[in-house]
Design a protein around this ligand. Structure first.
Ligand code: GDP
Ligand code: MG
Length: 439
């Protein structure tokens, strides 16, 4: 499929804005890619609708073709949908922080209890206690005890008690006595959600008041995972998801579906059977995995970087040779324009966001267009030799571009100022800048 997709996208050529046709061609393939990654059907439908809205009329960046530009938008949107950054566990203000693991049978609850204990010990020097809340199969208790032995962590269990909530209560008393800072509760699962299981889990919740109720989901189960997550979330106040078995060859569409349907953050991923095979969740990595276009995304990123670096180097070279002219001025404006609205850019500079002086800053969007209009009304000779712009030439340019003469004069002044400023920056007294990317 990926090959077909790449072919389809290559067929979209041309520059300018993304057209409806570009989107329609691409969205068919993107839909298939997502469905193949086992993303829930309805989620795919909503997603494509959103992409169509976002992509239409978007400027295609100089360094990309429309197909690549659409993929970039899709990738960014996917990343955003899965939560922009990795989320951490809730921590209780007093010990112990309680973590309860729930999920269907075989998803990896017991294993993940061990992985998480190991993770917390490494990261937080934690002293966890594990509670064996899956009492229906003796093997389940043994399995947890084995994990506890491996990690050198105590496991609380009761062999003859059939009341799980009571076992958990006793386990928590034990943790208080031993001043454990984390308690991890393993619970039973079923092949499907049923009322009896939910009742039991609810009763455990009432006793334990977990700070984290984590649903463990097998990434290989694909579409079905959505229903399971919805079901558990309806009865328990889930706080997050752990997606296991991502070391398999699944593309991981479950991540997107679950997130879209429940809004719950995916906190960790399981990457194997060993106790160290636990990873934080990285939305950007997951997005490219779901798209199945890792190579393409790397290519897009690189094309952009190369382009920007090349441009910046060219400018610096011109500064040094003192050949920076109006053509370059326009190029540079366009580079800046590519970054987004200027007033928003300014707000991203540390300390600027709340600067009262900038509170009402208004930079007209069409400022750059006006500059371009003026430059385009110059003869090629004038563009390359700004010094020959005498008053009569300026008047002609003003008339040709439909701009008032004062604006033409102001623009020429701006050009000279920015040229001067940049010359200073490249002429040695700011040597350190040479080490910056693109300098
Ligand atoms: P539980 O029934 O939910 O407690 O599931 P278990 O923890 O017993 O795990 C069921 C099976 O899945 C075991 O064989 C685990 O080794 C395996 N397993 C759990 N997590 C992962 C994972 O992230 N990757 C792989 N490959 N296997 C896993
Ligand atoms: Mg288990």
């Amino acid at each position: 499929l990926s090959e077909r997709l790449q072919k389809a996208l290559r067929s979209l050529t041309g520059k300018g804005k993304i057209s409806e046709e570009d989107i329609n061609k691409a969205s068919r393939e993107i839909r298939l890619a997502l469905l193949e990654a086992d993303v829930n059907f309805k989620v795919v439908k909503d997603f494509i609708k959103q992409i169509k809205k976002d992509a239409l009329g978007k400027e295609v960046q100089e360094s990309l073709n429309p197909g690549q530009q659409i993929i970039k938008i899709v990738d960014e949107e996917l990343t955003k949908m899965m939560g922009e950054e990795s989320v951490s566990l809730n921590k209780s203000p007093h010990i112990p922080t309680i973590i309860m693991m729930v999920g269907l049978q075989g998803t990896g609850k017991t294993t993940t209890v061990g992985k998480l204990a190991n993770y917390l010990m490494k990261k937080d020097k934690a002293r966890p206690l594990l509670i064996a809340g899956d009492i229906y199969r003796p093997a389940a208790i043994d399995q947890l005890k084995q994990i506890g032995d491996n990690l050198n962590v105590p496991v609380y269990s009761e062999l003859d008690n059939k009341d799980v909530a009571e076992i958990v209560k006793h386990g928590l008393q034990e943790a208080d006595k031993n001043k454990n800072d984390y308690v991890l509760i393993d619970t039973a699962g079923r092949l499907e959600i049923d009322e009896q299981l939910m009742d039991e889990l609810k009763r455990v919740t009432e006793v334990a008041h977990p700070d984290n109720t984590l649903l463990v989901v097998d990434a290989m189960t694909g579409q079905a995972a959505t229903k399971v997550a919805e079901g558990f979330n309806a009865d328990l106040d889930l706080t997050g998801i752990i997606l296991t078995k991502l070391d398999g060859d699944t593309r991981g569409g479950a991540a997107l579906s679950i997130r879209a349907v429940t809004g719950l953050p995916i906190i960790f991923t399981g990457q194997g059977e060993k106790l160290t095979d636990l990873d934080s969740f990285y939305p950007d990595r997951m997005a490219s995995r779901i798209l199945g276009m890792g190579d393409m995304l790397t290519l897009i990123e690189k094309a952009q970087q190369d382009y920007d670096t090349k441009e910046a180097e060219k400018m610096a070279e011109k500064m040094r040779e003192n050949t920076f002219d109006f053509n370059d001025f326009v190029d540079q404006m366009e580079q800046v324009q590519k970054l987004g609205p200027i007033d928003q850019l300014i707000k991203m500079i540390p300390g600027m966001a709340n600067n009262p002086a900038l509170k009402n800053i208004q930079i007209p969007d069409n400022e750059i267009d006006h500059i371009k209009a003026i430059v385009y009304s110059m003869t090629p000779e004038e563009r390359e030799n700004p010094d020959i712009l005498n008053p009569s030439r300026r008047r002609r340019i003003a008339a040709g571009s439909g701009m008032p003469i004062v604006q033409v004069n102001r623009m020429i002044k701006q050009f000279k100022q920015s040229k001067e400023m940049m010359q200073k920056m490249t002429s040695g007294n700011m040597k350190g800048l040479e080490n910056l990317p693109g300098m």
